[in-house]
Design a protein around this ligand. Structure first.
Ligand SMILES: Cc1cc2nc3c(=O)[nH]c(=O)nc-3n(C[C@H](O)[C@H](O)[C@H](O)COP(=O)(O)OP(=O)(O)OC[C@H]3O[C@@H](n4cnc5c(N)ncnc54)[C@H](O)[C@@H]3O)c2cc1C
Length: 221
């Protein structure tokens, strides 16, 4: 049941950060949230100069806005998240294709890469051994190049896309739902989907009314 007080939708007070582990060494964490369900309602109600007349009126309004075609989508932009993410570089490359948001990523020009990389679980022992040996050899070469005086920005070229990166992602709820819709789809890469599933779980916690409406009308779950 969505969170409503006697008159209107309220935003649950979640203790931040909320971190969820993803893959073997990654995570996604909600670090900051502006607005929540209440901000969506504020954005919608200013259009009509109206107020909720019953406890469930705001909930119904959010459901209606989410289901309507064409969408009154800008009201969802008043809630804004700042996530921290640790994921393999190949996942980050896909994530960074989503333009309506702000990113800042750990730089391997200025930082030395940690010897950390993603290893898929669903592979045979022999393949796993080969995979790990390959990644370890790339890090050995990386270390040798650094020791020989190479700049980190050039030495990183020998590392694979399974190595982990970290970034900050600030995104409004509308753009966030576009990312969820695309990256929860079965056609999206499994590893990226794990981050989307984790983020959806966080969404349910901090914006229960909008998340429920999104799941019902858009994801049709
Ligand atoms: C399963 C899957 C496979 C993919 N495969 C590939 C691939 O092989 N190669 C590849 O390059 N990409 C691929 N992509 C990335 C995809 O093409 C999009 O770049 C990515 O999903 C971001 O979506 P978006 O543009 O909706 O999001 P955002 O960039 O966040 O944009 C949000 C919305 O803003 C609007 N918008 C933003 N910029 C513009 C603009 N310049 N002009 C008009 N409207 C704009 C659009 O309505 C857009 O939907 C794939 C994505 C998925 C989910």
């Amino acid at each position: 049941m969505p969170s409503v007080d006697s008159e209107r939708v309220t935003s649950p007070q979640a203790e931040l950060p909320i971190r969820v582990s993803v893959l073997d060494r990654g995570w996604i964490q909600l670090e900051d949230l502006m607005g929540g369900d209440a901000a969506v309602i504020r954005g919608a109600r200013i259009c009509y100069q109206s107020e909720a007349r019953s406890p469930q009126a705001d909930v119904r309004l959010i459901r209606r806005l989410m289901a309507a075609e064409p969408k009154h989508n800008t009201v969802f932009e008043h809630a804004v998240f700042r996530f921290g993410v640790k994921c393999p570089i190949f996942v980050a490359r896909q994530w960074l294709r989503h333009r309506i948001c702000s990113f800042n990523e750990k730089s391997l020009r200025y930082c030395i890469a940690e010897r950390e990389y993603y290893v898929p679980q669903d592979i045979s022992d022999a393949t796993r051994q080969e995979y790990v040996a390959h990644m370890e050899a790339s890090f050995d070469l990386y270390d040798r190049l650094l020791a020989a005086g190479w700049h980190p920005e050039r030495a990183r070229a020998v590392l694979g896309t399974a190595i982990y990166t970290e970034f900050i992602w600030t995104v409004n709820a509308w753009s966030f739902m576009n990312w969820l819709y695309k990256r929860l789809d079965p056609s999206a890469q499994w590893e990226h989907r794990q981050y989307a599933e984790a983020a959806l779980g966080i969404y349910r916690q901090v914006m229960p009314v909008t998340a429920a409406a999104f799941e019902q009308s858009i994801l049709k779950r």
